[in-house]
Ligand binder design. Sequence first.
Ligand code: FES
Length: 160
Amino acid sequence: MLKGFASDRGNLMPILQKVQERHNYLASSALEMVARHLSISACEVYGVATFYNQFRFHPPGKHQIKVCLGTACHVKGGDIILENFERKLEIKAGETTKDREFSIDRVACVGCCALAPVAIVDDTVHGHMAPSKVEGLILGFAIEEERKKREIQQGESKGQ
Ligand code: FES
């Protein structure tokens, strides 16, 4: 992919955007390759990448949770919603759970301020979020996971 870009530091942002588009995150090995290609230090590449919150540095989880912290959502307690997701999943915004099931990201206004505070879970908008809804969403995923496990176990026992 890097062959499509001249070795010019002005290409740093387009390259980072391309890497993230392809891999959904910026791995440290990718940042080092970009640095070598542009003949700049990996520290500089990392510094630029971390300046912009459009980039993520962990692979996204199977379920992606985005909590809006735009002005309307912030005023209505978006940060409390974010804290609840973080506490429940034991990760911080920008991170992914060890089992790669969930990742949490903070996002700017997603355009439905009337529903503030808003969270987007796997592309579904959840408005008027409350701590109890956070609990319910995570519990819903756990129940669904358990249901799938049982279906597999039943399928295996029928196959015997
Ligand atoms: S500020 Fe959250 S949807 Fe607009």
